[in-house]
Design a protein. Structure first.
Length: 135
């Protein structure tokens, strides 16, 4: 896949799910990508999420609090700055997170940059939390 002119190789795919009292629902499908040919830890990464249901920004914040829960390496202020960037999403919407070697974590709603936060530990926590197949 190519994003903003950068060739990326798929590393992993999965589904992000939530449990309710009686069932489990799929919130989104995701793909995790790294820069093609760049095996450096912390190198450029892209996370693409395609939402299977409508979520408010507040619901998105709850989801990503769960994704990074129990991980370290970031401050509460960094987490809150990141969460404040999360948009409302409609069914079928695409949200992208891009991080680079400096630890800048950018949030895109569709192809539009919403904002970014400089938080290497948080970028690693988001990547690791989804990499474990967060449900």
């Amino acid at each position: 896949v190519t994003f903003e002119g950068e060739a990326l190789a798929r590393e992993e795919t999965g589904e992000l799910k939530a449990r309710s009292l009686f069932s489990t629902v799929t919130l989104c499908e995701f793909g995790m990508y790294t820069a093609a040919g760049d095996a450096r830890p912390g190198g450029p990464r892209l996370l693409v999420l395609r939402f299977a249901r409508k979520l408010s920004a507040e619901q998105m914040q709850q989801v990503f609090r769960g994704v990074v829960d129990g991980r370290s390496g970031y401050s509460t202020a960094e987490l809150e700055s990141f969460l404040d960037l999360l948009p409302d999403v409609k069914t079928g919407a695409i949200v992208r997170f891009r991080s680079d070697a400096t630890g800048k974590l950018e949030v895109f709603s569709g192809d539009t940059l919403v904002g970014s936060v400089a938080a290497p530990g948080l970028a690693a926590a988001v990547w690791a939390g989804l990499g474990e197949g967060a449900e």
